[in-house]
Design a protein around this ligand. Structure first.
Ligand code: TXA
Ligand code: MG
Length: 360
């Protein structure tokens, strides 16, 4: 339940956690750490110097605000809010049900933002701040031991697929950060769901580890009308979630997404022929309906599957893109899924990674 503390008994793990917590408390460096969604690159939300080093290590534009990670509701109140502020009532059922876990909520900044202990570089000037309580025990213990809320974006170089293993973080950020805590592969495999309950109706700003259906089911009456924010904002539109406007999750290979294309035989084959891809190194990533690569086209060199259940596809997605990139594929053809349940978040990430979408 929300706020449970945990005890780490293994001595070596404890030592590593204390070393990481020392770096966070005593230097301005950011540290790589596991969460249940993806690996994060954490620095104190209360220190602008720490937040600057996060942006610098990732090469990320500073107009994209960061999520603060806490280990308890008590810590959220003590460290990130001013005494006159309460957590808005609308979030109570979601916090009860999904914290700790892959759900991020927006909270209001105090009327005078200078009253807030949060670095303004975390919020990049928004009137709100984003917060979540991760489930991963290493993440929770680190935040608890440092007793600091950690601002943490995904620990990839900006635009690359998010990291779901410590090796992915090392690949992107080696030489740029002093430490990565290795907690094994991430359970969920894509980022947290971001919701805004401060507007009416409430909004889903980013689909993620908790599905829209789960929010509606657990949230009660006020969450029934939740509106899904548009995937991308046009140049002149005000941006609700700044992260939405950047190209993201992209491997170097050209990703082509196939939507509703049955067993793939017709549409994939036609695509390959039309684009003259005889001399290209081509991979296929299937989900639920595609035929064997052999039965689709002899031009396909690698025949892979992301899984059939939503959970499996989520977990495998980013790491499959990274693995194929390492093998220098020119094209990655991916079979999409329906946008229900986990499918909404999966398709959100796939359409951002894709240069092109083919509809059946
Ligand atoms: O699962 C996750 O959320 C991971 C792990 C490390 O916890 N973190 C993550 O952070 O995905 P990042 O920085 O890659 O994405 C943060 C998202 C962005 O889409 C950003 O625009 C949005 O949250 N966001 C943060 N603060 C916001 C705010 N005040 N208003 C609106 N959107 C905000
Ligand atoms: Mg990210």
């Amino acid at each position: 339940a929300a706020g449970t503390t945990l005890t780490i008994t293994d001595a070596e793990t404890k030592q590593n956690l204390e070393y990481a917590a020392d770096i966070l408390r005593n230097t301005h460096h950011a540290v790589g750490f596991p969460t249940e969604t993806v690996y994060g690159l954490g620095g104190s939300s209360l220190s602008s110097e720490s937040v600057k080093s996060i942006y610098a290590a990732k090469n990320r534009p500073a107009d994209n605000p960061l999520i603060s990670h806490v280990s308890s509701v008590d810590q959220l109140k003590r460290k990130l809010m001013v005494p006159s502020q309460e957590i808005p009532e609308i979030y109570a059922p979601l916090i009860e049900k999904f914290w700790p876990g892959p759900l991020t909520i927006l909270l209001p900044m105090p009327e005078n933002v200078h009253d807030s202990p949060i670095s303004q570089l975390v919020t990049s000037g928004q009137p709100t701040f984003a917060v979540r309580m991760p489930q991963n025990p290493v993440a929770r213990a680190l935040i608890h031991i440092a007793d600091l809320p950690l601002a943490a974006p995904s620990a990839n170089a900006s635009t690359r697929p998010s990291p779901t293993t410590a090796a992915h973080v090392f690949h992107d950020l080696k030489g740029r950060i002093p430490l990565i805590l290795d907690g094994g592969p991430c359970d969920v495999g894509l980022e947290s769901t971001v919701v805004d309950g401060l507007c009416d109706p409430p909004m889903l700003l980013r689909p993620g580890g908790i599905s829209l259906e789960q929010i509606k089911q657990a949230g009660g009456p006020r969450w029934q009308n939740i509106v899904v924010a548009k995937k991308t904002a046009g140049k002149l539109e005000p941006v609700r979630t700044p992260g939405m406007k950047y190209r993201h999750y992209s491997p170097t290979a050209r990703v082509v997404l196939f939507n509703n294309c049955g067993d793939g035989k017709e549409k994939v084959k036609a695509y390959l022929e039309k684009n003259n891809l005889q001399n290209k190194k081509i991979a296929l990533l299937k989900t639920r309906c595609f035929a064997k690569a052999n039965d689709i086209s002899p031009l396909i060199y690698y025949d892979g599957t992301l899984g059939t259940s939503g959970d499996e596809i989520q977990r495998n997605l980013f790491s499959a893109l990274r693995a194929l990139d390492a093998e220098e594929y020119d094209y990655i053809l991916i079979e999409g899924v329906e946008e229900t349940g986990e499918g909404l978040a999966i398709m959100n990430r796939l359409s951002k990674a894709a240069s092109e979408t083919i509809n059946g």
